[in-house]
Ligand binder design. Structure first.
Ligand code: M6R
Length: 606
C-alpha cells in the first residue's frame, strides 16, 4: 500500500527521492520521509500529510547524502503522524517498508526485553531493531538482514541503508512488489517501475522471497534459501509523459476522457474488427468443456466481474460464481474439476485478489487474469493474462480501468458463447459490431459537461443518495454509488431496483436523490414501476436512459439522455455518466478528487 524508493547516486539524492515518491503518492499519502547516509551517519526528514510538506521541510533543512531511501505512507499500524512516518531508524540502520509485519508484537516484546527502546506505533520498527540487534552482536549488514528475514512473518517490501556504508542498500520482497533499477554507476529501488521512470527504464523485478544487495556497481539477488539467483533485466516502458495531468484539472477527469482511446486499443487486441468476429487468445483450456466460471475481485474490479457474470450466463449459458475476494479467500468454496477462474484487477497487486487466485490455483483451476499492470504479481501468477490497455491509472477512483476491464470481459463472454455454440455467427457479428461502436458513442457522451451541472447541484446538497438498476444496470448502480462515496464523501448505496420495496424505500423522502440507471431494454418497464414508487414518496429522481424523459411518467430532477445501443454494451456507456456525476459533484464540494481521504490506489494489505 505504501510506496518505497531507494537511490545509490553519484551526487546528493534527496531531490530525486522526492521526485520518485511523487510518482508513488497514489499508493498512500498520509505522510512521507527520506533518510540518507550523511558523512557516515544516518539522517532523516519526515513530514505528516502530503509530499509537498516534506519538500517544504527539506528546503529549510536539506540532506546531502548520495545514498538514500524514501517512503510515502498509507497508515496500517499507528496514526498518520510524523512520529509514525517512515523511514524508521536506529543509529545503525534505517528502513522503509510496504506491507504488514504480522508478528511485530512478539518481536517487539523480545527486543524490548533485551533493552531496545521503541519510539513509534508501527510494525516496521520491529524490523529496524531486529537488524540493529544483529549488528550489535557483530554481524555485518548483509548477514544481519539475512538473519532478520528468518524471523519476520507477513507481507513486505523493504529498503534498508546503514550508518558507515555509503555504497550499500539491501532490499527484500515477500508479497509486496519491488523493482530494482539499473543506472550508469547508480542503482535504484522502487515499489514499481513508474517511480523510477525519470532515472532508468532498465528494471529487474524481485520474485517473491527474494532479497538483494545493491551497490553502485550492480546488484546481487538471493532467493529465500539464500542461494544466489539471476532475475531477468527488462526494458520497462513507463514514460514520464504517461503520468502527466496534461491540460486537465485532475487525473480522474483526464482518465475519464481517455476512455474512447484506451477502449479502442483494448478492443483491438481481442476483436477481429475487420471481420466482426472475436479474436480471443488461447486460455489453455477448452472453453466448450468448462462447467463453470469463477470470478473474484475487489471494489470496482468486482463490479466489472459482476457485469461479466450477466454476460457469460446470458450469451454462453454457463453458470458463473462470483464473490468479492476478501470473502472468497476464506470461504473454502468447492471448485469444479477443470474450471476456469478469472481475476480482475487494475493494479494486479490487490492482496485479497491474489490470495483467492492462489486458492483457486491450488484447487486445480485454470487461472486467467484481467490486469492493467502486466508486470504485476497477479499477472505473473496466472496461467493466462488478458491485459487491459488502459495505461497508468493515477486517480484513486478507477474509471478507464473499469471500462477496459468490461471490454476484455465482453470479449471473453462472446468467446465462450462461440465455443459453446450458444450464439450464431450472425449474433457474434452483431455483438462485435456493437462493441466496435462503443468508443464513438463514448466520445460523444464526453462533450456535454453542462448536462451535469443541475444534477451535481442536487447531489452536493444531499446526505444520502440511492442508485438503482436492474439486470446489467445493477452492477453499474453499485459502481455509481462507490464512485460518488469515495470521492465526494456523500453516503451512497446501490440497489437492484426490485429490492427497493424490501427495505431501502424506507429511506426515501424529498431530501434523497435517487439515480436510476435504466436503458430501454426488456426490463425498462419494471424499473419504471420502481421509479413511480420513488416519485410517490417525494424522492428526487435522476434518470440515465436512452428513453425519452416522458417515458418515466413522473417529474424528474435530472435526466441524462443516452444513445440507443445494443444491451451488451450498455454497461460500458452508462459507466460514463456515473463517473462524471461523481466527478463534478466532488469538484463542486471541493474534495481532493485524485487522492480522496483514507484511500490508496493499490491495496496490498488485507
Ligand atoms: O487494483 P484493483 O483493481 O485490484 O483494485 C481494486 C479496488 O481496490 C479498486 O477498484 C477500488 O475499489 C477503487 N478505488 C474504486 O474506484
Amino acid at each position: 500500500m505504501c510506496g518505497i524508493v531507494g537511490i545509490l547516486g553519484k551526487s546528493a539524492v534527496s531531490t530525486n527521492l522526492v521526485e520518485a515518491l511523487r510518482r508513488l503518492e497514489y499508493r498512500g499519502y498520509d505522510s512521507a520521509g527520506i533518510a540518507t547516509v550523511e558523512a557516515g551517519s544516518l539522517a532523516r526528514r519526515r513530514a505528516e500529510g502530503k509530499l509537498r510538506n516534506l519538500e517544504t521541510r527539506l528546503l529549510s533543512d536539506p540532506l546531502d547524502g548520495r545514498t538514500g531511501i524514501g517512503h510515502t505512507r498509507w497508515a496500517t499500524h499507528g496514526r498518520p503522524i510524523e512520529r509514525n512516518a517512515h523511514p524508521h531508524m536506529t543509529a545503525k540502520v534505517s528502513v522503509v517498508h510496504n506491507g504488514i509485519i504480522e508478528n511485530f508484537r512478539e518481536l517487539k516484546a523480545t527486543l524490548e526485553a533485551k533493552g531496545h527502546r521503541f519510539e513509534t506505533d508501527t510494525d516496521t520498527e520491529a524490523v529496524v531493531h531486529l537488524i540493529s540487534d544483529s549488528l550489535d552482536r557483530g554481524l555485518d549488514p548483509v548477514a544481519a538482514v539475512q538473519e532478520a528475514l528468518q524471523h519476520i512473518k507477513g507481507a513486505f517490501a523493504l529498503g534498508i541503508i546503514f550508518a558507515g556504508y555509503d555504497d550499500l542498500m539491501i532490499a527484500a520482497r515477500k508479497g509486496s512488489p519491488l523493482a530494482i533499477g539499473h543506472g550508469s554507476g547508480e542503482m535504484y529501488l522502487g515499489s514499481d517501475a513508474i517511480a523510477l521512470a525519470p532515472f532508468t527504464d532498465t528494471i529487474t523485478y524481485l520474485e517473491d522471497g527474494d532479497w538483494a544487495v545493491l551497490r553502485r556497481s550492480g546488484v546481487e539477488i538471493f532467493d529465500s534459501e539464500g542461494a544466489r539467483v539471476d532475475r531477468p533485466v527488462i526494458n520497462a516502458v513507463a514514460s514520464s509523459l504517461l503520468v502527466d495531468k496534461g491540460n486537465y484539472r485532475h487525473f480522474m477527469l483526464k482518465e475519464i476522457h481517455e476512455q474512447p482511446e484506451v477502449i479502442s486499443h483494448t478492443l483491438a487486441s481481442y476483436l477481429d474488427m475487420a471481420n466482426a468476429r472475436v479474436a480471443f487468445p488461447d486460455l489453455g483450456v477448452d472453453l466448450a468443456k468448462i462447467s463453470r466460471v469463477t470470478i473474484s475481485a475487489c471494489g470496482t474490479a468486482y463490479y466489472a466481474g459482476l457485469v461479466a457474470k450477466y454476460w457469460i450466463e446470458r450469451f454462453a449459458r454457463l453458470p458463473v460464481d462470483i464473490d468479492v475476494a476478501s470473502e472468497m479467500r476464506y470461504r473454502e468454496t468447492p471448485l469444479p474439476k477443470d474450471g476456469l477462474a478469472v481475476f480482475v484487477s487494475q493494479s494486479g497487486e490487490t492482496a485479497d485478489t491474489l490470495a483467492t487466485l492462489r486458492y483457486c490455483k491450488d484447487n486445480g483451476q485454470r487461472i486467467a487474469s484481467v490486469v492493467n499492470v502486466r508486470s504485476s504479481t497477479i499477472a505473473r501468477e496466472s496461467h493466462a493474462v488478458l491485459p487491459t490497455l488502459a495505461g497508468p491509472e493515477i486517480g484513486v477512483a478507477s474509471t478507464k480501468a473499469f471500462t477496459c476491464q468490461l471490454s476484455v470481459l465482453a470479449g471473453l463472454a462472446i468467446a465462450i458463447a462461440r465455443a459453446r455454440n450458444t450464439i450464431t455467427p450472425e449474433e457474434e457479428t452483431e455483438l462485435v459490431t456493437a462493441l466496435t461502436e462503443v468508443p464513438r458513442h463514448m466520445a460523444s457522451l464526453l462533450h456535454h459537461d453542462e448536462n451535469y451541472l443541475s444534477i451535481t447541484d442536487v447531489l452536493s446538497k444531499a446526505r444520502d443518495v440511492l442508485y438503482l438498476g436492474r439486470g446489467l444496470s445493477f452492477p453499474i448502480a453499485l459502481e455509481g454509488a462507490l464512485k460518488l462515496k469515495e470521492i465526494s464523501y456523500i453516503h451512497a448505496e446501490g440497489y437492484a431496483a426490485g429490492e427497493l420495496k424490501h427495505g431501502p424505500i424506507a429511506l426515501i423522502d424529498e431530501t434523497v436523490p435517487v439515480i436510476v440507471v435504466a436503458p430501454e431494454d426488456e426490463l425498462f418497464e419494471k424499473t419504471v414501476s420502481n421509479l413511480q414508487e420513488v416519485a410517490a414518496r417525494g424522492g428526487q429522481i435522476i434518470l440515465i436512459s436512452d428513453a425519452e424523459p416522458e417515458k418515466a411518467g413522473c417529474k424528474l430532477a435530472g435526466h441524462i439522455q443516452m444513445p440507443k445501443v445494443a444491451p451488451l454494451v450498455a454497461p460500458l456507456l452508462y459507466a460514463i455518466p456515473i463517473q462524471l456525476i461523481a466527478y463534478h459533484t466532488a469538484v463542486q464540494i471541493g474534495t481532493d478528487v485524485d487522492q480522496p481521504r483514507n484511500l490508496a490506489k493499490s491495496v496490498t494489505v488485507e
